[in-house]
Design a protein around this ligand. Structure first.
Ligand code: NAP
Length: 69
């Protein structure tokens, strides 16, 4: 809901607001059993951070793909 509300409030300022799931990642929190490397998890977040001005906003993504919620 915060993603949706912020994306609506900031659209006129051309600021995109999205939520990103990195998947289950081998960090201190994720633990060594997690299937994804830090690089794989970070790639999704970089994708969102580097979106062009006309990119999506108010969405939930992993690996650049929109997830249902
Ligand atoms: N790992 C996963 O599978 C996964 C999946 C989905 C979402 N997430 C989310 O991704 C985020 C990062 O998780 P992570 O897996 O990268 O965890 P992590 O390896 O445990 O890293 C957590 C980071 O947060 C910092 N931190 C914790 N408490 C802090 C505080 N009070 N002030 C400032 N910094 C603080 C830690 O700093 P120090 O190193 O200095 O302690 C560390 O750099 C979390 O919000 C987590 O819920 C993770």
């Amino acid at each position: 809901m915060l993603t949706l509300k912020l994306s609506a409030d900031l659209a006129s300022d051309k600021i995109l607001v999205n939520a990103v799931c990195p998947g289950w990642v081998r960090t201190r929190m994720g633990g060594q059993e997690a299937p994804r490397s830090v690089e794989e998890g970070a790639r999704s977040i970089l994708w969102a951070a580097l979106l062009p001005d006309d990119g999506p906003t108010g969405g939930f993504f992993r690996d650049g793909e929109r997830l249902p919620w």
